[in-house]
Design a protein around this ligand. Structure first.
Ligand code: FES
Ligand SMILES: [Fe+2]
Length: 349
């Protein structure tokens, strides 16, 4: 009998945290070039948010809600270093402070930090934001995987919004075996055995779930990365026609939009420099990108049509140990966060 991954249950509070995104993590929000002159309404973590940049180019992410009577700030007038609410003219700064209330100048809302504002960083054209726990926990530095920060790697971002709970796409990427089935007829995933035994190896930033006795043949391993930013790293070997540079890698990251929709970031990369980098970039744009979207489409179709309670009535087997382990890590973290919120609520009574 194959190894059985453990099952787990979480409290309702922890489930709510899990469904809308673990707190105290950095999340990808969107490509920075989507934020132009006008404020942009965007939904993440089951919250309505507004993204905007001041005239200096600094980007802000805030709740899309005027502190006066709740009008959307995404409709506000952009006034250089502030948003001016269209409804009654409240002026909101990038740190969430109310700078002015022209209808009632002496009002004590002026000067208060009244709009929830999320710490933001922009890295290689992508906006990341910190979802805190509301308990004053310090913001951790943004620590992306080396594959996204080192100059040795060259990456293209593929971004997609899919109608699937984000956890199903983490499962998908922590499941190397689906390569040999779902993507079997797709380029570069037809090789190797369709049976495998797996093993798990701890790393400094998470763990690797890998096939025993098969490496660099197919999608043979997944790495869970969690340093206050969660991602799955994986590699798929390329045939010679895929050009120079060895295996093709993916860093996958996902942000819940709401409980049933997700913003998916796939950074497709290769360790290449000099002329090899130029060749890779040319091949990617002209030949490989389309094929990769075709492979992603196979994932999307399955992920979007999973039954709603798929992860509550299932029969996990040995190939699912990586999936189960990530679920357990996330469930434990959600339970810890729910407990901290409960304690803080009791202390405040
Ligand atoms: S709702 Fe924004 S100023 Fe009144
Ligand atoms: Fe896939």
């Amino acid at each position: 009998m194959a190894q059985q991954p453990p099952r787990y249950r979480v409290s309702d509070e922890a489930r709510n945290i899990l469904d809308t995104g673990l707190r105290n993590k950095w999340y990808g929000i969107c490509s920075a070039d989507r934020v132009l002159d006008a404020p942009l309404a965007i939904r993440r973590w089951n919250r309505d948010l507004v993204l905007w940049r001041d005239t200096e180019g600094n980007v802000y992410l805030q709740d899309d809600r005027c502190p006066h009577r709740g009008a959307p700030l995404s409709l506000a007038r952009h006034d250089g270093d502030r948003l001016t609410c269209v409804y009654h003219g409240a002026e909101i700064l990038g740190d969430g402070t109310v700078a002015s209330l022209p209808g009632e100048p002496g009002c004590d809302l002026v000067g208060q930090c009244a709009v929830e504002t999320y710490p933001v960083e922009v890295h290689r054209g992508v906006i990341f934001a910190w979802l805190g726990d509301g308990l004053g926990t310090e913001v951790a530095p943004l620590a992306l995987p080396e594959r996204l920060t080192s100059d040795s790697y060259d990456a293209f971002l593929a971004y997609a919004e899919w109608r699937t709970p984000y956890r199903y796409m983490i499962d998908n990427n922590m499941d190397p075996m689906h390569g040999a089935f779902l993507h079997r007829v797709s380029h570069s995933m037809a090789e190797g055995a369709s049976e495998a035994e797996f093993t798990t190896r701890k790393t400094e930033t998470g763990f690797i779930f890998e096939k025993k006795g098969q490496k660099n043949v197919n999608f043979d391993w997944s790495e869970w990365y969690d340093v206050d930013f969660q991602a799955v790293c994986l590699e798929i070997p390329y045939p010679k026609s895929g050009g120079p540079g060895g295996s093709f890698g993916i860093v996958f990251h996902i942000t819940p939009i709401d409980e049933t929709t997700s913003a998916c970031f796939f950074w497709r990369h290769r360790k290449v420099s000099g002329w090899e980098r130029d060749t890779w970039r040319f091949l990617y744009k002209n030949r490989l990108e389309g094929r990769h979207w075709h492979v992603l489409e196979q994932d999307r179709l399955v992920a979007e049509r999973m039954v709603q309670d798929a992860d509550r009535r299932e029969y996990l087997y040995g190939h699912d140990v990586g999936v189960a382990r990530v679920r357990k890590l996330m469930a434990d973290e959600a339970e810890r966060q729910a407990e901290a919120l409960r304690k803080s609520a009791v202390a405040a009574e």
